[in-house]
Design a protein around this ligand. Sequence first.
Ligand code: UDP
Length: 327
Amino acid sequence: MSVLVTGGAGYIGSHMVLALIDRGERVVVLDDLSTSGRAITPAGVILVEGDVADQALLRRLLAEHGVTDVLHFAGSKVVPESVEDPLGYWRNNTAASRDLIEACVGAGVANFIFSSTAAVYGAAEAGLLPESAPTDPANPYGRSKLATEWILQDVSAATSLRHVSLRYFNVAGADPARRTGQRSPTATHLVKRACQAALGRLPFLGVFGDDYPTPDGTCVRDYIHVTDLVDAHALALDYLRGGGGSATFNCGYGHGSSVRDVIGAVEQAAGHKLPVRTLPRRPGDVATVVADASRIKAELGWTPRYDTLDQLVSHALAWESSLNSDG
Ligand code: UDP
């Protein structure tokens, strides 16, 4: 019995692998090392370099390691990139996932946890987004992930595979013990960039639009600490192993922060002002995306441990400081 973690060398996947090892699980990582650039898996973890769409590799790997559970993190996750390269997103997030799921069904995998996204909701109405909110993605990224949720629903209805789709809101921060974090120097997400700007590794931080219908005009997101997100996966795994039915859960805290709030928190953690410039809106962005997190709390007993912007940002900045300036 072992757990396959696709994308296990990447940002969120590497945190998950550490948590699984801490729980005493047998872990196999499948990663193409496209964003992590190098193998960083801890001792005791089997790393297979390859593509999740490689059916022959998957069949071999699932059988050889007796994989019972799959946590599928591998994929592409940058909204503006998806607008420029929709076919790449449909390939990496949808077609590759379909192939992986087919191999899992063939190998008799029992439980499948999928990294979905709040981007499936699209242009939100005011207020919190429950899982029952209409799905209407505003960009190819959200559509490519929603399509995979649908594949999983159809396959779970037709086979013995059961799944949980976790809809991530804005994942940020780093392992509090600094064992891993966001490694990719070209990551485009706000907290990473703000930390790079704080450390003088970016000339300035661009704010993409300050004319949104939000309290300070900048976009509002629900930033969730990566360690709390990993806890949610562990609970989802226990839930499926305990016989729980296929389900979808939001992963967010239920309160939002604006781009300017994030900048303020990074300035506070760094002890100085950031160089900031207001730029035009970024294609594909929506004004406000905040979770209704009541379902995951009620059904999985999820209790966040790092639910403040200050903790999230200070862990992200500590991690960023520990990297070389090119990393
Ligand atoms: N953002 C920004 N400057 C940056 C990166 C992001 O102003 O350098 C904004 C972006 O427009 C969005 C929010 O920060 O409103 C969160 O963006 P991010 O890329 O972190 O995550 P997304 O919400 O797109 O998944």
